[in-house]
Structures are given as C-alpha cells and as structure tokens.
Design a protein. Structure first.
Length: 300
C-alpha cells in the first residue's frame, strides 16, 4: 500500500499526530479533509499519513507522495517551507503541488502575471509598506470609501485589515510589510466569494462562501459559512481559463477563488496552489477524485 503524506502544522494536527494541545479554531477543517481523503484513499490502496511539515527528515521515510495539506503556518516560515519541499523532491518524493509552483504562488504578486495574461483580477495597489496616508490615497485612487489591505505573503485572512474613511488607522500605524490594497467589493456581502476546485486540471466542485454578521472575511475562523455552488457555464469557463493560464502543467489541485465585480464580471481573488482547504463537505467525491489522480501519478 502506497503511503501518502498529508502536511499539517502544530496548530492544525490532532495531538495523536503530533499537534499541539491547543489547536486553531479552524482545525476541524483539517479533520474533515483528512477523513474524506482517508476514506477515498483506502479504496484505492493508498494510506494517508498525517505529518507536521517541520518534522525531522526521518519521519518522511517511506512516503511516495506528500500533499501540502494544512501547513497553515508556512507564510511565517516561507524559506524554510520551500527548502523542505526541495529536499523531499530531491529524494524522489512527489511533492504536490511542486516546489516551483509554491515559489510562484507564495507571493500574491503572481496575480499581476495572471492579469498580464488576460485574467480579470480585483483592482490592486502593490506597496512595500503602507501607512495612514497611503490608505487614504488608495480610497481616492479606487473612488471607494472602504478598502482592504492584505499581506503579499499571507494566508487565511490573518494580518488583514479593512478601513473606511471614518475608521482610518492612527497616524503612527504601519502595515510593516509588503502589502496589497484593494477596494472593498460589496458583492462579498451580497452574494459571497465563489470557489472552484480543480483536480488534475478538471473541475471538481464549487463552493459559495459568505461572511457572518458585519464581517467581510469568509473564512470559518471569522464565522463564515459555505454552501454548494453550481456555477453557470460562463462562470465555470471563466474559472477554467484561469487554471489554463497557470504557468504549470503538473498541478494535482488548484482552488480558484473569485468575486463578482460591480460590472458583473468574475475576478480572481486568489489562485490557491499551496495548501488550500478543498471543502470535502461540498465536494463529496473529493477523496475518490484525489485518490484516482494520485494513483495515476504513481503509475507514471
């Protein structure tokens, strides 16, 4: 039986797999995904092994392939993370997605490359840092009374801020890192963010993610909720075009997150290639689809 590693981190793994006693508030997503994959993998003769990506190298002995899973602290250790992937790949372990895709996807400036290739993206200002004056200037630039500022290297909405003209940060506030500023899009609250999950380049399932209460963040950490989303042919074609435009031909999975602009077009929020949650509750065949794709890789 082929052994397949599933990366986690101390804050997502259960204690039985080496996780910490106090897990993240969204660690239940790790459990849901592992359960779905374990079931699908078993039927395909694959064994799923949960493992901390920072575990000693000998812990990876005998693995044929690793999934980047819920390594949800990688953004705090990007160089160490990529170095671990390179080391595993150099020893003949199939890394999914591969190190070169991770390098490209780590910094959200990849969105500029997608835009240059014809994809519709959310209007964005890219800055080495930002202060109160630059937040106000961004509102003028976008003709918007509200903006969202994010890390260029970040994940899960962590370290993210939203400001209005009436709630600008204090005069001594700084983001303190390379960042991106975008106009707040009302569609996030009106219809949500749409996720398109692809396995081996083929559409698997769709998800509509909506925020809770007065929040704008759709992640479960902030009370967001998910529902099955069946995209129209046009919306699916738009997402598929983004996948087709990615500069990699060997991706096991891709999650394309999109939001509708005021003019009705779907725009890319993120092309998640590293460690995205793949929503097994909305994609009931996720385990079987990934198992079949992995089996094909192992046979080649």
């Amino acid at each position: 039986m082929a052994r397949i590693g599933f990366f986690g981190c101390a804050a997502t793994l259960p204690a039985s797999a080496g996780g910490s006693a106090e897990r993240r508030g969204d660690a239940f997503e790790h459990d849901l995904e592992v359960a779905a994959l374990r079931s699908g993998f078993a039927a395909a003769g694959l064994e799923l092994v949960e493992i901390d990506w920072q575990a000693p190298r000998e812990a990876f002995a005998g693995l044929e392939l690793v999934l980047l899973g819920t390594a949800w602290d990688y953004q705090d250790h990007p160089q160490e993370f990529v170095a671990r992937l390179d080391a595993l790949a150099a020893e003949g372990i199939d890394v999914c997605n591969p190190p070169e895709a991770v390098r490209w996807n780590l910094d959200k400036r990849y969105l500029r490359e997608l835009e240059a290739g014809g994809a519709v993206t959310v209007p964005t200002l890219w800055l080495d840092d930002a202060d109160r004056a630059e937040i106000a200037a961004a509102m003028d630039h976008f003709a918007s009374d509200r903006v969202v500022i994010k890390r260029q290297v970040g994940a899960g909405g962590l370290g993210q801020h939203s400001f209005t003209r009436g709630t600008l940060p204090g005069g001594d506030w700084r983001m303190g890192r390379p960042c991106m500023i975008q106009p707040f899009l009302p569609a996030i609250r009106e219809e949500g963010e749409f996720t398109f999950v692809f396995i081996d380049g083929a559409f698997s399932h769709g998800v509509r993610k909506t925020p809770a209460g007065d929040d704008y963040r759709i992640q479960s950490l902030y009370g967001g909720s998910e529902a099955v989303f069946v995209p129209s042919p046009g919306d699916l074609a738009t997402a598929q075009a983004v996948v087709d435009a990615l500069p990699f031909a060997d991706l096991l999975y891709a999650r394309i997150d999109m939001v509708r602009l005021p003019d009705g077009r779907l725009a890319v929020m993120e092309a998640e290639l590293i460690e995205p949650y793949l929503y097994p509750e909305q994609g009931l065949e996720l385990g079987e689809r990934l198992a079949a794709a992995i089996a094909r890789r192992l046979r080649n």
